[in-house]
Write a protein that binds this ligand. Structure first.
Ligand code: TV1
Ligand code: CA
Ligand code: ZN
Length: 406
């Protein structure tokens, strides 16, 4: 009765695996894979699966992950668990990757920036290997659908882990599924544009392709001092002046749009459409990868922007209008109900559907997640209210104009 229809003129494929959703990074860790369950509940509740091909993901192989990552790191990730961690740390070829200890370190770091300490960004948790190779497999399966011309838009909300480095986990990211995907896309497409609307800088992807003129990376992110203690917002890179590795052919093929806290819809739209529009015009990509981190939404537990699910979705629609083969990935997003709202809405946009604003609560297994004033009153696009922490808008229109002109 909601009237979901298949898109006319293009195909969408949706890649998922329920085993990813049940993983736990740790009690207080902000990354909650069950936000993917909540997303799936909305997608199925609205009936969007009728508008797409759905694919249950299979795990990536170690050989596939070695296309970017260090072979020792890949072996470590394939074997590590809370039970095996201590003994693996003793293996000499892994032990050489343990960083020297600083006195003010709050967590004990093992090899490759992994840790079993409670406060670690990249903890070792039960089922971690399964989790990593599955989200990567989902992204590579989605990529394969694109490169074999079997779809026009492929979606994997469990992917988009943009901070992982060649031989180091970072910021909740272990395997850089985005880099692996782009390497596959480059076999078929001459030029790939990577766009990143997660509130954090897409440093791992930028770094991997800093010498590669066939890949342009473009990240929008919170940048600058985090608070009065002057800590920088993670990861602290992505200055406007950072445009790719100087003196190499990759110079000018990275773009960064550093943003202060509290940016609103109108300002974000202005920045996103002007900069992305011009990047597409100048670079003429043959395919696009869009990382849709939902921590750029207002009310996110870690983010500091004030943008709505409507504007977040506008970014997806804007990129989709290029008509290019498109890989849509997840990323950050730490207020689970809002992550689910944004990614369900964006799944609808990819399939040319407009969803009614009232969530079909009778068809959603956990309706209470979306009900009540503090949880958005059963609406897909609840307006911000006094329960939404607001961040003072530190962005002046003149600064934004300056970045667009540059
Ligand atoms: C365990 C338990 C880990 C509670 C981490 C917030 C926690 C954070 C935790 C946290 C937290 C960060 C830093 C750490 C500088 C480092 C998926 C030495 C309440 C793509 C990654 C942010 C964002 C990392 C990932 C950041 C993504 N913020 N509670 N950790 N210190 N790390 O600041 O881009 O969204 O916060
Ligand atoms: Ca970003
Ligand atoms: Zn993020």
């Amino acid at each position: 009765e909601i009237g979901i229809t298949k898109p006319k003129g293009h195909k969408v494929s949706f890649h998922y695996n329920s085993r990813v959703e049940d993983m736990h990074f740790g009690k207080t860790h902000p990354m909650k894979p069950w936000r993917l369950t909540l997303t799936k509940h909305l997608v199925l509740g609205y009936g969007l699966h009728y508008a797409m091909d759905t694919h249950e993901a299979v795990s990536a192989g170690k050989d596939q992950v070695r296309a970017f990552h260090d072979p020792d790191y890949v072996d470590f990730l394939a074997q590590v668990s809370p039970q095996t961690f201590a003994s693996l740390c003793e293996v000499p070829r892994f032990a050489q990757h343990i960083p020297p200890k600083h006195e003010n370190d709050t967590v004990d770091l093992g090899p490759f920036n992994l840790s079993t300490s409670p406060g670690a960004d990249c903890p070792v948790f039960d089922g971690m290997s399964t989790y990593l190779f599955l989200y990567t497999g989902a992204t590579l399966g989605a990529t394969q659908q694109l490169t074999s011309n079997q779809t026009d838009i492929a979606i994997n909300w469990s992917g988009g882990l943009h901070h992982a480095h060649r031989a180091e986990a970072s910021g909740f990211c272990y395997i850089n599924d985005i880099v692996l995907s782009i390497l596959d896309l480059l076999r078929v497409y001459p030029r790939v544009l990577y766009i990143d609307i997660d509130v954090h800088h897409g440093d791992g992807v930028e770094e991997a392709f800093q010498r590669q003129p066939r890949v342009m990376t473009l990240s929008y992110h919170r940048y600058g001092p985090y608070d009065e203690t002057q800590h920088k917002f993670f990861p602290g890179t992505g200055d406007l002046a950072d445009v790719g590795l100087k003196g190499t052919v990759g110079e000018h093929f990275a773009l960064n749009v550093p943003i202060a806290s509290g940016i609103n819809d109108g300002q974000y739209k202005y920045l996103f459409e002007n900069v992305t529009g011009r990047a597409i015009e100048a670079f003429k990509p043959s395919a696009i990868v869009l990382q849709c981190g939902a921590d750029s939404l207002g009310g996110d537990r870690l983010g500091q922007f004030n943008i709505s699910t409507t504007q977040h979705g506008e970014c997806v629609s804007f990129v989709k209008r290029s008509g290019l083969p498109l890989l849509i990935l997840g990323g950050g997003g730490y207020t689970a109900r809002n992550v689910a709202r944004a990614w369900c809405h964006e799944t609808a946009l990819a399939t040319d559907n407009t969803l009614p604003d009232s969530i079909p609560l009778d068809l959603v297994p956990r309706p209470e997640a979306f009900q009540g004033r503090a949880h958005g009153d059963g609406k897909l696009h609840p307006p911000f209210n006094k329960n939404t922490p607001v961040h003072n808008n530190q962005n002046k229109d003149v600064d934004l104009e300056y970045m667009v002109k540059k």
